[in-house]
Design a protein around this ligand. Structure first.
Ligand SMILES: CC(C)(COP(=O)(O)OP(=O)(O)OC[C@H]1O[C@@H](n2cnc3c(N)ncnc32)[C@H](O)[C@@H]1OP(=O)(O)O)[C@@H](O)C(=O)NCCC(=O)NCCS
Length: 309
């Protein structure tokens, strides 16, 4: 086997020991190769991909415009391997230092690999987002009180855009999301598509006043899908955006929306459900743990890209 082939096999074994929900490690087909030697004579490798999202693209709502992503292939070397590879990456980035605030270095890594966490923190990377999963916990019974939950219709587009923008504004304070001038138009377009295609989107109401939104969808993790690098095989419920009006937060609206979503996911026979949240979000970090979600992957990031150390 090649060095990368050996490292990928060892990395798959390392991941399996860390977390039973991690899929097999896969390399990338393209990117700039970076590698480093370890004091014991071993080697680690990785690929760096640069992406510039065009102005007006939806990716710019949750990402910097210019992104360098490292995909590490560390085998089972843990923190020592991550440290060596980050040093090599930093050396590479120093040659093309980008201090534009709209640039970032990013890296996805299993949340439970805490040896690597130490190295990532020491190099200045921040755990800005987490992909969290919930397995077959069933639906939780909640007493709706005077609240009702119903599926959103195309006529609800304005209300869903408003709630979705409130979530973006909150998330931009605590994570990687950014409010661009075209944000409302992009949200409108994405929500209109979701509503038209019949994706599961719910609204919570009290006396006919809309208080909260749960915008969800379905994701297939199978051969040749992007999701297969992150999630075990199968059909997954995806929770894209949950948002409750500021004055109605903490009174059970989110809980009722998610009880409805989880009941539908269960009926559809999904492998589980997943979402992204920002660990610095003081509301959602607690809310999602109480809803049965736990970290699988952590998205590490540093802005500007040139600040990698
Ligand atoms: C995160 C968010 C969606 C949660 O919705 P919410 O309606 O505020 O949450 P809930 O009130 O249903 O539940 C939160 C907790 O509040 C508490 N709570 C519930 N009812 C309550 C009440 N009447 N009084 C006080 N606290 C209450 C409970 O501890 C509950 O947790 P539990 O149900 O596990 O016991 C909402 O706070 C929000 O919109 N935040 C801003 C945007 C955001 O962060 N979105 C998520 C991005 S990933």
């Amino acid at each position: 086997m090649t060095l990368v082939g050996d490292l990928l096999a060892a990395q798959t074994a390392h991941f399996a020991g860390l977390d039973p929900l991690l899929p097999a490690a896969t390399g990338l087909a393209r990117g700039d190769a970076v590698s480093a030697a370890l004091p014991d004579g071993g080697r680690v490798a990785g690929l760096v991909n640069f992406t510039e999202y065009p102005p007006g693209s939806a990716n710019r709502l949750w990402s910097a415009a210019r992104v360098w992503e490292l995909v590490p292939v560390l085998g089972g070397t843990g923190g020592a391997g991550m440290d060596a590879l980050l040093r090599a990456w930093q050396h590479r980035m120093a040659g093309q230092a980008d201090f534009d605030p709209d640039s970032a270095c990013v890296l996805n890594w299993p949340s439970r690999d805490v040896g690597a966490t130490r190295a990532l923190l020491d190099h200045g990377l921040v755990p800005l987002s987490v992909l969290a999963v919930r397995e077959h916990l069933g639906a939780t019974a909640v007493r709706p009180g005077q609240l009702t939950v119903r599926r959103a219709r195309t006529a609800d587009l304005d209300a869903t855009v408003e709630l979705s923008m409130l979530e973006l504004e909150y998330s931009a304070l605590v994570g990687s999301a950014m409010i661009r001038p075209e944000a409302a138009a992009l949200k409108r377009e994405a929500l209109a598509t979701r509503l038209r295609s019949g994706d599961p989107v719910w609204l919570a109401e009290h006396d006919g006043v809309i208080l909260g939104l749960a915008e969800c969808g379905w994701t297939e993790s199978g051969p040749h899908t992007a999701a297969a690098a992150r999630l075990p095989r199968g059909r997954w419920g995806y929770v894209n955006c949950v948002s409750v009006l500021p004055g109605a937060r903490g009174s059970g609206v989110g809980r009722l929306l998610m009880a409805t979503a989880h009941a539908e996911f269960e009926r559809a026979g999904v492998a589980g459900s997943y979402l992204y949240f920002n660990p610095p979000n003081p509301l959602s970090s607690v809310f999602w743990a109480r809803q049965g979600y736990r970290p699988l992957w952590t998205m590490w990031e540093i802005r500007p890209a040139g600040a990698l150390r």
